[in-house]
Design a protein around this ligand. Structure first.
Ligand SMILES: Nc1ncnc2c1ncn2[C@@H]1O[C@H](COP(=O)(O)OP(=O)(O)OP(=O)(O)O)[C@@H](O)[C@H]1O
Length: 223
């Protein structure tokens, strides 16, 4: 996935100034920066959810189009909005996504594995209204891991997770990299970025203020 001078305005506000960046297979890039610095905007462009107002976004050399089923089939996104079906259990959500994304006969097996990995086995038959906010976040993350993917886009995936669930998430991201998945995430959690990201990009008011190898950048910006 590559952004070529991609920028985004909302009315008068320049949420993201034109930026060049790429995420390669097996690599994790973390976006950091204060509230409103443009991280979610960049992720929405990278996932094809929104179009840049300048420049372009490419996935494997072709313009990113979320409406293209082939793109959707390969990019798993956990965005900044929570959405679920109130009358479907945690297990049913995962089965639905697995089947919709072509997992086929293995959907039940994938679902059980993801429930266990996300610490949700005991809540498999719970409805969203009876999940805690952290369990709900784990379910949303599970929806990204219960389907095939070549790219993973995560917006503050650590939010509402307890330390154990956060550690499991970090391990999962490292496994994704070993499996050749390209990972792009926005996070406020320095340890999560430090343990998973190969590179960090720090945004401030829509501009890149630091970018490069994780350790170097975190040190430079005092994180
Ligand atoms: N749909 C929109 N319409 C108008 N302005 C928007 C819209 N989305 C984002 N913005 C503005 O763009 C800027 C960047 O927002 P963005 O959500 O990308 O920040 P962020 O770095 O993800 O912040 P946070 O850490 O709070 O999630 C903010 O000033 C925000 O108010």
């Amino acid at each position: 996935m590559r952004l070529r001078r991609a920028g985004r305005t909302y009315g008068e506000r320049q949420a993201l100034f034109p930026i060049d960046m790429a995420v390669r297979a097996g690599e994790c890039v973390a976006l950091m920066g204060s509230n409103g610095s443009g991280k979610s905007t960049l992720l929405r462009l990278a996932s094809g959810r929104e179009k840049p107002t300048t420049g372009s976004v490419l996935f494997e050399g072709h313009p990113m189009r979320e409406e293209d089923p082939r793109t959707r089939a390969r990019i798993a996104v956990v965005g900044d909005t929570v959405s679920c079906y109130p009358d479907l259990t945690a297990r049913a959500h995962l089965l639905l996504v697995a089947r919709a994304q072509g997992v086929g006969d293995a959907a039940a097996e994938w679902t059980d594995r993801v429930l266990a990995e996300r610490g949700l086995t005991a809540h498999a038959d719970s409805y969203p209204s009876s999940l805690s906010s952290g369990q709900m976040q784990s379910l949303l993350l599970g929806c990204a891991f219960v389907r095939p993917r070549d790219m993973l886009i995560l917006d503050e995936p650590e939010q509402r997770l307890d330390p154990a669930a956060r550690d499991r998430l970090a391990e999962q991201i490292k496994q994704e990299k070993r499996d050749g998945v390209a990972v792009l995430l926005a996070t406020h959690h320095t340890d999560l970025a430090g343990s998973t990201a190969d590179r960090v990009i720090v945004l401030e008011e829509g501009r890149v203020i630091a970018a490069g190898a994780t350790e170097k950048v975190l040190k430079k910006v005092g994180l």
